[in-house]
Design a protein around this ligand. Structure first.
Ligand SMILES: [Ca+2]
Ligand SMILES: [Ca+2]
Ligand SMILES: [Ca+2]
Ligand SMILES: [Ca+2]
Length: 262
């Protein structure tokens, strides 16, 4: 994994360290230092993320309108634990979208998934495994779009996605088979640009449309692992600190060193 930052006419190389998960605001602080090395005039730019990472259990996939007509039994959505440590989500509640309280003793390992579905049998018949939890049968994920909101045991909002069934959200997910999937789990999942219609086939065809989704697994829908500066000609005066805004689907790193040589 590498990163190349284009700062205009300079030749750049970089090192990337441990990725961390961030939501907006996504800014990185850049300080430029100038050193002399033999006859080369070298500039080192140190980038440091100064935003404190939040608790990171995030909504990463939503099947709100499977291709069934009438009552949708194949609805589900997926959570992912971005933390480096296990996260106890006992007593966390969904307060919008559906009403559900996570049972006690529920711990998500780092990098773990959790799938909630409307109907365990319907879900298992398509995906071949049981969902972790099933919500009340009189709850549904609205086909026209709605907010799904997750709060922790003390009532603080930990994550939410207010999806819609039309552009700029992926319109294919509005009953034509696919779920919507967050391509980069570290990106801001409130932004429709970070979601795509799932392309993972199941072989199950309903009303002429194949159900497509990947509950409990990565989306594999690509997305950029590179850091793309909004302004390619970004510059920092020597000894000063500036702020570089990065795009919402960029992979944010906790430290990135860029060396420039003239
Ligand atoms: Ca629905
Ligand atoms: Ca439907
Ligand atoms: Ca609902
Ligand atoms: Ca998934």
């Amino acid at each position: 994994m590498g990163v190349l930052l284009n700062f205009g006419p300079f030749q750049t190389s970089s090192q990337i360290f441990n990725p961390i998960a961030l939501k907006i605001p996504q800014f990185i602080i850049i300080t430029k230092h100038i050193t002399m090395k033999k006859t080369l005039f070298s500039l080192a730019i140190f980038l440091m993320v100064t935003v404190v990472a939040q608790a990171q259990v995030v909504i990463t996939e939503i099947m709100y309108n499977p291709p069934e007509s009438g009552n949708d039994s194949l609805e589900y959505f997926e959570l992912y634990n971005l933390n480096n440590t296990s996260t106890d989500i006992s007593g966390w509640t969904f307060t919008q979208g559906i009403a559900f309280t996570i049972p006690s003793g529920t711990v998500m390992p780092p990098g773990g998934y959790l799938v909630l579905a409307k109907n365990a049998n319907a879900f298992a018949s398509v995906f071949g495994f049981a969902p972790d939890f099933v919500w009340a049968s009189n709850d549904a994920l609205t086909n026209g779009g709605e907010d799904i909101e997750l709060r922790d045991a003390t009532g603080n909002v930990q994550d939410y996605v207010n999806y819609l069934n039309a552009l700029p959200w992926p319109p294919e997910a509005a009953g034509s088979g696919p779920s919507i999937v967050l391509c980069d789990f570290t990106s801001d999942n409130t932004l429709p640009a970070n979601w795509q219609a799932a392309t993972t086939g199941t072989g199950v065809v309903v009303n002429g449309n194949e159900v497509k989704g990947n509950p409990g697994a990565a989306s594999n829908c690509g997305g950029s692992n590179s850091l793309a500066a909004v302004d390619d000609n970004f510059s920092v005066p020597s000894g000063q600190t500036s702020i570089l805004q990065v795009q919402s689907n960029d992979l944010i790193v906790d430290q990135l060193t860029v060396f420039e040589f003239t």
